[in-house]
Design a protein around this ligand. Sequence first.
Ligand SMILES: C[S@@+](CC[C@H](N)C(=O)[O-])C[C@H]1O[C@@H](n2cnc3c(N)ncnc32)[C@H](O)[C@@H]1O
Length: 241
Amino acid sequence: MKDEIYKKPLQNQEKFEFSQKVAGVFDDMISRSVPYYEANQIMTSQMTVEFYKENSMIYDLGCSIGTTAHFLNKAFGSSGFSYTGIDNSKPMIEEADKKINEFGKWHNIQFVLGDIENYDYKNTSVVIANYTFQFIPPERRLLLLQNIFSKLCAGGILLLSEKVIEKNQTFSRIFSQLHHNMKKAHGYSDLEIIQKRDALEDVLIPNTTDQNLELLKDAGFQNVAIYHKWYNFASYIALKT
Ligand SMILES: C[S@@+](CC[C@H](N)C(=O)[O-])C[C@H]1O[C@@H](n2cnc3c(N)ncnc32)[C@H](O)[C@@H]1O
């Protein structure tokens, strides 16, 4: 369904939430708002195949409607894998569950309603967190990363994608303008873009590109690389050696 949530002028601007309304249009919303969303899903699934170890779990933090699981399903083909998608939005998990029958029977896939900050993670070789950390209060991000690091096996990875800002304010301003232009090119009006931006204020809090690198190192990851970057979006791979 087409995302038209911010199309009309809103009298009372409410803070952005992952509500029923958002879950219903999420596919359209994220693919028109996040640059190279599909390319990033493909890269996420390729690296997951590369680093996944048998008898371990793949965790997808903030799995939303389960899109990443569908890319993994395709990338793994008939080799089995175990996957748990976690999200604290009930409408998102309900949407994800609607398509649970589309996965290969040899895969063990589940979607769980839960908070990624309190989840009881088991042995894992791949943790995916695409566009989710930005919604965790900044002061709690390190603790969550430390917990993920402790549950990853040696040779395991975290794949982290985030909206970012730059230390240099000129770069930040230009990158943000180019992102605005991209959304316009994808059919959103200036009003829609501005109303959504206002709703996300203090809800989505981006770190700088460098702050994320520092956080990953502080959490224990010695080997970190940026594998995808588009202006104000960055994707990191962090390896536990
Ligand atoms: C932008 S979406 C993630 C998109 C998804 N990873 C993808 O690639 O399609 C962010 C998701 O994180 C979830 N979320 C935010 N904070 C959370 C938390 N503390 N625990 C679990 N899920 C959370 C939201 O409900 C939302 O579905």
